[in-house]
Design a protein around this ligand. Structure first.
Ligand SMILES: Nc1ncnc2c1ncn2[C@@H]1O[C@H](COP(=O)(O)OP(=O)(O)OP(=O)(O)O)[C@@H](O)[C@H]1O
Length: 567
């Protein structure tokens, strides 16, 4: 069908409809359906709208007056000066002076003049080199902190933005940067004021705050790559007398994970505690700051009391020999001596790690107070699936007994060989019991791992630092007792081995001691624990332990950066 010149869309549709109608009367295939479709009222309405728009486009309306507000002003003045205004004149006067009408007219004028963008004054051709551009920053406070700290230059009296907290209000605005010179706050000149006075102005300002600043020419907008660290010490900003702004401080405890987002200041870094619910970072002391304060022990040490882990009166199975080492440590009060490694490295850089399938499994280490069930859990796990889980065969200097086989129960070795292995740092842990030496060697562990199995060992917590190597990548599970009531309930039939009697039931005193030892252990070593498991119901604890171990081997975990493959 030939198109008629200048036909409107409606005319075109009528023509098409006529032809399709004729085709439908001839019973042409599909014509009836097409006719029905083209005859639909919505299609006609749509075409009408389209034609209206076309007409509008052809006849672009031009404003009746470019300055309606000028005319309004004229009429307004005129009616105002009338000596005896009529009722209509008074009404007109009131209408024209209403702010809404004035705003509508002003908008009309802007559109009429196509005045949509701001008109900036031309830039002068010759600007002096040292010309300082002033920036006006308007922030809506909305009850949240500003997220910036200020400092005073004592020589000049100038107030500067000292730091901008990552993710805070000032940072999100992108308009305030460290080093910006603060000229005015809400119209108040701040030069020469004390920082506290400026803070008072800020506190009193509600809603909008207007800053006049001279931007720091050297500031950059580069956001540094975050670094992840694990805290090896406790820190409480509210107890810190030298933090620039205690309210901006982040409190953390040993074992907490921190995302450090800014290390530009040598003394105070900016970090978020993970997992974080807020985008706003806070201040934490840098490594050098913590080290310089080492001797003062100024960060919060909640357990200043005697933190010695007391020896338990009972030990079972392989852990029997540890009774001696406990007693020795008690005499020398080992646990109360300062943790030198934590002081030397108050933070440990960490990275995420997922074990590649071809790599050895991570060593699974169970730690817990004596009697909590560490050995029971380890034994059950191995019994459950001996082809997957295995323990390391320990070394001993005690004579072999009937029915025992070297390399199965123990590696039976001479005292000389044992001492040689000790001197060569072959033991992850060793000790003496009833005049015989016992120990777990790194080679025994490696043997299990090399076979593709998961090696599960239980150690005393003081041995953990020595175990933390790139090769073993230990995953440490702390086994915790349940509440006293649960202990009494679940351990009704449990037996403990003591120095004096074999297999006697737990006493109230045993439970109290177990809980106390466990608390002390956790408070002292929790920075090393990857997981904490409460051994309440034995069956449940076993299932939970299985799933913890599976996650440790198969899912990404935080490990010290020094264990990374490339290092
Ligand atoms: N969840 C539990 N419910 C009931 N009994 C338990 C539970 N866990 C452990 N037991 C029992 O408690 C006793 C002590 O457990 P286990 O020997 O494993 O302790 P341990 O932590 O290895 O300490 P030690 O090294 O002194 O033996 C055992 O009789 C054990 O069967």
């Amino acid at each position: 069908m030939a198109e008629r010149p200048h036909a409107t869309a409606t005319e075109l549709l009528s023509g098409v409809l006529e032809e399709v109608g004729r085709a439908a009367s001839r019973n042409a295939g599909g014509a009836e359906l097409l006719h029905e479709l083209l005859n639909a009222p919505w299609l006609h309405a749509l075409l009408q709208v389209y034609e209206c728009l076309l007409q509008f486009q052809r006849r672009t309306p031009s404003p009746f007056l470019p300055y309606a507000s000028g005319l309004s002003h004229e009429v307004h003045t005129h009616t105002h000066t009338l000596p005896h205004p009529s009722a209509e004149a008074r009404e007109l006067y009131n209408i024209l002076r209403s702010p809404h009408i004035q705003a509508v007219l002003s908008s009309h004028d802007s559109i009429a003049q196509a005045d949509y963008g701001p008109i900036l004054p031309p830039i002068p051709d010759e600007l002096p080199e040292d010309e300082e551009a002033m920036r006006i920053v308007c922030l809506v406070k909305n009850k949240q902190p500003l997220g910036a700290t200020i400092r005073k230059n004592e020589e000049t009296g100038d107030i500067y933005i000292a730091r901008v907290i990552h993710g805070g209000l000032a940072d999100r605005s992108g308009l305030l940067h460290p080093g910006d010179l603060l000229v005015e706050v809400n119209g108040n000149p701040v030069g020469g004021l004390e920082p506290e006075q400026v803070i008072q102005i800020l506190i009193q300002s509600q809603g909008t705050i207007l800053f006049k600043v001279i931007p720091n020419a050297a500031s950059t907008n580069d956001s540094p790559v975050p670094v992840y660290i694990r805290a090896m010490v406790d820190y409480c900003p509210l107890q810190d007398t030298i933090i620039p702004c205690p309210d901006a401080g982040v409190a953390f405890g040993r074992g907490d994970l921190l995302e450090v987002v800014d290390q530009t200041d040598g003394h105070w870094w900016q970090a978020r505690k993970l997992p974080c619910t807020t985008s706003c970072a806070g201040l934490i002391p840098s490594v050098s700051m913590l080290k310089s304060k080492q001797r003062e022990q100024w960060w919060s040490q909640p357990l200043q009391v005697h933190t010695c882990i007391r020896p338990s009166g009972f030990r079972r199975s392989f852990r029997l020999w540890r009774r001696t080492s406990y007693r020795r440590r008690r005499q020398s009060c080992y646990s109360c001596s300062p943790n030198s490694s934590a002081l030397a490295n108050p933070y440990e850089e960490v990275v995420t790690y997922q074990r590649p399938p071809q790599e050895n499994h991570r060593l699974i280490v169970l730690v817990g107070a004596s009697g909590v069930g560490v050995n029971e859990l380890r034994k059950r796990l191995i019994k459950l699936n001996p082809s997957t889980f295995q323990g390391a065969v320990p070394h001993t200097t005690r004579p072999i007994r009937e029915g025992e086989e070297t390399g199965r129960e123990y590696h039976f070795v001479t005292k000389e060989l044992f001492e040689y292995l000790v001197c060569n740092h072959r033991f992850l842990e060793y000790g003496e019991y009833k005049g015989h030496l016992y120990g777990t060697s790194s080679d025994s562990v490696a043997e299990v791992l090399k076979r593709g199995q998961m090696c599960i060992i239980d150690v005393e917590p003081h041995s953990i630092p020595a175990l933390r190597t790139k090769t073993l990548k230990p995953y440490i599970v702390f086994i915790k007792p349940p509440s006293l009531e649960s202990l009494k309930e679940t351990r009704k039939d449990a037996r403990v081995l003591t120095k004096f009697t074999v297999d006697r039931p737990f006493t109230e005193e045993d439970f109290a001691e177990l809980q106390e030892t466990s608390q002390l252990m956790e408070s002292k070593y929790r920075q090393f624990f990857d997981s904490v498991l409460v051994n309440d119901d034995l069956q449940d604890a076993c299932i939970q332990l299985c799933s913890i171990i599976q996650q440790a081997q198969e899912e990404p975990q935080w490990i010290p950066a020094s264990w990374r493959a490339e290092e």
